[in-house]
Design a protein around this ligand. Structure first.
Ligand code: GLC
Length: 750
């Protein structure tokens, strides 16, 4: 391939090479038939193909060809099912092949810094490990069909407010441990054909013009081999972007970008080699796509619909089941309340919008599944306005009163879960909250089904016996909801994001969405459960939480080593048993805690998870392999991941707040951190250094103190005393000759 590429590139004119680095129309690259270079199509989206045949836009306004609408990432992530996510990716790839699309613009793997972000429905999690693991599988699935993925939005694109201009200011450790980690794992595991550069800046530099981000980290450090495509309209200075490693500008800029590149090359500001590298990366993907085209490809829309239903059922989270109100019997008098019952929300708004091949309806799915039951319906609220409609409320109370159980569908109207806007609060529309309160006055058996793209507050929590978090479950979500409500499916989803009690509890509450064109991530690594754990705030529902119609018992935690070096791995095993009379799937979570850290770290961090299927009474062994990265933090001096020698805890949980088993392990670092001592180092900084020990002992003796005593002046303890004396004090007080001080420093820094 290399030889072929070099031959083609050397035969191309400068203008032809430049033209290849800019899109044609909204979705295509240029065709150069003289060099047998075909045009390829790149189009959305993460949970369904959005291919436009007519008017083209990148905000989901104009129609697209029918395609399967799968659950959006927010819900799919709650399946914690790597294989399922890969299977959805395979189906997406099949549909791309059938529609002649070569690159699918997804998955989105940005971290959920705040539940207010309008695009959270398109993203997996608040946790980078869970997010990167599922992202990798999504990419593998799509690319297994000979279609490229486009991992987006790289990087730190965690809000919609001012996204085109926003400068995200954050420290290196937070960037690495939280926001880049979500991409890193996916790129190393799945090697996406393309990565999409985000609109925003990071610490003052646009992502699409960020050499450190695109060349140094993405390519040099992580080994990314594909090409970088801009988000649509995300390029400002095209020549700067090309130099920084941003290969393909989308959509085309009507020659403006190309002109800037040509001018930069002609006046010597940009080398033709840089252009050739970008052209080579783009051609590599184009030819790979061309080789993988499956002519006359087709897919089975019914099979994909069934997969969408399976995925939706595994993604839904049973949050409450008081008095085991669920599963419902398929008989009796059932009230179905809420406009979403007949007009469901199943996806978000914006560039990810899919034109579904079909769309199930909750009212029909539920009534058809429980044919012996008597149903009454009430709209309850308007979808056009959040205003309360008393007649609708009264009608809902009436049907609820005449029934044995009331199922109420609520959720976020489309204007809340949309690309381009963020929410201002976490509330459901007022007319929905009031409806629930009103129905609770006449009916105590209430089941709430929530259709939303991100966490919501639940002021009526104690008024409902059952709560099913259905997220935006795609075109088959209604069937999946009916399967769960009536017990044909046992719910197995667990939350991939924290549901906070209220907005002011969220870690980014003060700094979201920032001021004007700047937002500071002052919460650092304390995103999601990392924050709630550290400051000991009780969430409404914790990360990793979800109920089942059965129960599971965890036992026999064991490690194959109780002490390892940071270059070894520890094998962790435990047993999980299904204690109930229903088959089910359980998500077992592994967290790591650093018990002796000298840097500020979260209380615990997710570093493993497995989803296992168990028949009633069945017990299985679950195994985790835990290596260096599970214990490491990003050391900014070392500019690498570093494990500090000491004791760690490995915690096995049913959720981040329900730790069932734990044990400790010692990890020894094989990396020596080279400290740099200066005149501003204190005696406390050097007290354990072999060269300094006698010097400090003599000093203490001269003060009438020995190594063991703690009675320093003013009642100071010894450590505080040593940390209050800088080496510079000896210079300024002339208590030590200058050359002796320099000798000491030299010895310390050898
Ligand atoms: C949008 C989105 C991106 C999408 C692209 C093409 O603005 O940010 O996710 O893939 O444009 O529609």
């Amino acid at each position: 391939m290399k030889r072929r590429l070099n031959k083609i590139i050397s035969s191309m004119t400068l203008e032809e090479k430049v033209s290849l680095c800019s899109g044609v129309g909204a979705w295509n690259t240029i065709a150069l038939p003289a060099h047998e270079i075909p045009s390829i199509m790149l189009t959305d989206g993460p949970h369904g193909l959005r291919k436009q045949m007519g008017a083209q836009d990148h905000m989901g306004m104009n129609q697209s060809v029918p395609a399967t609408c799968f659950p959006t990432a927010a819900g799919l992530a709650c399946s914690w099912n790597r294989d399922l996510v890969e299977r959805v990716g395979v189906a997406l790839g099949e549909e791309c092949q059938a529609e002649g699309v070569q690159i699918l613009l997804g998955p989105g793997t940005n971290i959920k810094r705040s539940p207010l972000c309008g695009r959270n429905f398109e993203y997996f999690s608040e946790d980078p490990y869970l997010s990167s693991e599922l992202t990798a599988k999504h990419i593998k699935g799509v690319q297994s069909q000979g279609v490229g993925a486009s991992l987006k939005h790289f990087a730190v694109n965690n809000q919609e407010t001012r996204r085109f201009n926003l400068n995200v200011v954050l420290d290196e450790r937070t960037l690495r441990e939280i926001y880049l980690a979500s991409f890193e794992g996916a790129i190393k595991q799945a090697q996406p054909w393309t990565v999409m550069a985000a609109y925003n800046k990071i610490n003052g530099e646009y992502c699409s013009e960020n050499q450190t981000l695109l060349n140094d980290i993405l390519r040099e450090e992580w080994g990314f081999e594909g090409f970088v495509v801009s988000d649509w309209g995300a390029v400002s200075e095209r020549d700067v972007a090309l130099s920084a490693g941003m290969d393909l500008e989308m959509p085309g800029s009507n020659g403006v970008g190309s002109e800037k590149i040509l001018n930069a090359i002609n006046n010597g500001d940009l080398s033709e080699e840089t252009l050739d590298s970008a052209v080579e990366r783009i051609l590599t993907v184009i030819f790979k796509a061309q080789e993988n085209i499956k002519h006359q490809a087709a897919y089975d829309p019914d099979a994909h619909h069934r997969l969408a239903r399976e995925a939706a059922a595994e993604s839904m989270v049973l949050l409450k089941n008081e008095d085991q109100i669920l599963p419902l019997r398929k008989q009796g008098k059932i009230a179905l309340i809420g406009a979403f019952t007949k007009n469901p929300r199943y996806q978000g708004a914006g560039s990810s919008r899919v034109n579904p091949t079909k769309l199930d309806n909750p009212y029909l799915e539920i009534t058809q599944k429980a044919k012996e039951a008597q149903f009454k319906y009430a709209k309850g609220y308007s979808l056009e306005t959040d205003q309360i409609n008393v007649d609708l409320i009264l009608e809902a109370q009436k049907v609820a009163k005449e029934s044995e159980v009331a199922i109420i569908f609520v959720g976020l109207p489309e204007k809340y879960d949309a690309e381009g806007v963020d929410r201002k609060h976490l509330e459901l529309p007022n007319n929905q909250n009031l409806l629930i309160e009103a129905v609770a006055e006449v009916q105590k058996n209430i089941v709430i089904v929530i259709l939303n793209g991100s966490a919501v507050e639940m002021p009526w929590l104690n008024k409902a016996k059952g709560i099913l978090e259905a997220y935006l479950g795609g075109q088959a979500m209604a069937g999946a909801i009916a399967d769960i409500l009536f017990g044909d499916k046992n719910p197995s989803g667990k939350l991939a994001e924290t549901f906070p009690m209220k907005l002011s509890h969220t870690p980014s509450y003060i700094n979201f969405p920032g001021e004007s064109d700047k937002v500071e991530y002052r919460e650092g690594v304390f995103v999601g459960y990392r924050h709630y754990d550290k400051v000991e705030i009780e969430p409404l529902f914790p990360f990793g939480y979800g109920l089942s119609y059965t129960t599971y018992e965890y036992s026999d935690l064991s490690f194959n080593h109780k002490e390892i070096s940071d270059s070894q791995e520890v094998i962790v095993t435990l047993k999980v048993k299904n204690m109930g009379n229903r088959a089910g799937k359980e998500i077992v979570q592994l967290y790591v805690r650093d018990n002796e850290s000298s840097v500020i770290r979260p209380v615990k961090e997710l570093k493993g998870f497995e989803k296992i299927e168990l028949d009633p009474g069945e017990e299985k062994l679950v195994t985790f392999t835990v290596g260096k990265r599970a214990f490491a933090y990003y050391n900014v001096d070392l500019m690498d991941w570093y494990v500090e020698t000491g004791e760690f805890e490995i915690l096995i949980g049913k959720s981040s707040r329900e730790i069932i088993l734990k044990d400790t392990i010692v990890v020894n670092s094989t990396v020596e951190l080279k400290k740099k001592y200066t005149l501003d180092s204190t005696l406390g900084d050097i007290k354990t250094h072999p060269i300094a020990v006698p010097f400090i002992s003599n000093l203490l003796a001269g003060m009438g103190l020995d190594d063991s005593s703690n009675g320093g002046p003013f009642g100071m303890d010894k450590d505080s005393l040593l940390n209050s004396i800088k080496l510079r004090n000896f210079e300024s007080q002339r208590t030590m000759p200058k050359d002796m001080l320099n000798e000491l420093l030299k010895g310390l820094n050898e």
